[in-house]
Design a protein around this ligand. Structure first.
Ligand SMILES: Nc1ncnc2c1ncn2[C@@H]1O[C@H](COP(=O)(O)OP(=O)(O)O)[C@@H](O)[C@H]1O
Ligand SMILES: [Mg+2]
Length: 218
């Protein structure tokens, strides 16, 4: 099975850090996620679970996790390693479900609204001393990849922000573009308006929304 071969590929130091964090002697691994950038495993033990992320360069994400702690709900950093030619980031599991997931139990409109409100709160975070990004007029603390899978909720409330490698001072439109893009990707057209409205952007035409969506990833 995929998951057992994934365990074998875990470098020794990563494996023992994960085991120490979850208080176990045996790991029950699951492949959680694969993207163009890397692979993420969820490892469960006797007392909880951690996520192990493997990619070429995760130093920036590690540094941001440390800075964000206490400012926004980000995962606790358990360990960071370089092995087998890649970086390995181990974080403790945040309980919750990614916002795109049907088990959240909300209509797409409600998801879009919550997604907008959460983003407004992120952008309002006091980030005067943020060492990441570019400090200039109009810039705020942005997530940097504000997509539905990177926002976890539980019982109707935000529990975690994941994937913070691009977080820092930046143009708020970057997160708005990602938000519009991911809502259309998951739910089809028509929900961006609720997202933008809940965030507090003045009303936009369909054409303007589409132009914003196309800015994502550029
Ligand atoms: N600490 C964590 N707690 C809960 N879920 C996590 C955690 N880390 C990662 N995940 C889950 O794994 C997925 C992929 O992790 P992520 O860091 O976003 O990788 P990628 O950069 O490939 O998108 C997330 O969308 C989330 O569902
Ligand atoms: Mg992600």
């Amino acid at each position: 099975m995929e998951s057992s071969s994934a365990t074998l590929r875990l470098p020794r130091r990563v494996r023992s850090a994960a085991l120490a964090a979850i208080g176990g002697t045996q790991l029950e691994p699951e492949l959680a996620w694969m993207s163009w950038a890397g692979t993420v495993w969820r490892l469960a033990g006797a007392s909880g679970a951690v996520f192990v992320k493997r990619a070429a360069d995760l130093g920036g994400e590690r540094d941001r996790l440390a800075w964000l702690r206490g400012r926004l709900p980000v995962p606790e950093l358990v360990g960071f390693y370089h092995a087998a030619g890649d970086d390995w980031l181990v974080t403790r599991e945040i309980v919750g479900v990614p916002l795109y997931h049907p088990s959240v139990g909300w209509s797409p409109e409600l998801v879009a609204r919550a997604f907008g409100e959460i983003l407004r709160a992120i952008h309002q975070t006091d980030a005067m001393d943020c060492p990441f990004g570019v400090s200039k007029r109009g810039h705020v603390l942005i997530h940097g990849d504000y997509c539905l899978p990177n926002v976890l909720v539980s019982a109707g409330r935000l529990t975690g922000l994941i994937d913070v490698g691009g977080t820092g001072l930046g143009d708020p439109r970057q997160d708005l573009a990602a938000g519009v893009w991911t809502l259309q990707y998951n739910f089809g057209t028509g929900f961006a308006r609720h997202f933008l409205d809940a965030y507090g952007v003045p009303s936009m035409t369909d054409q303007e929304i589409e132009r914003l969506r196309r800015k994502y990833g550029r």
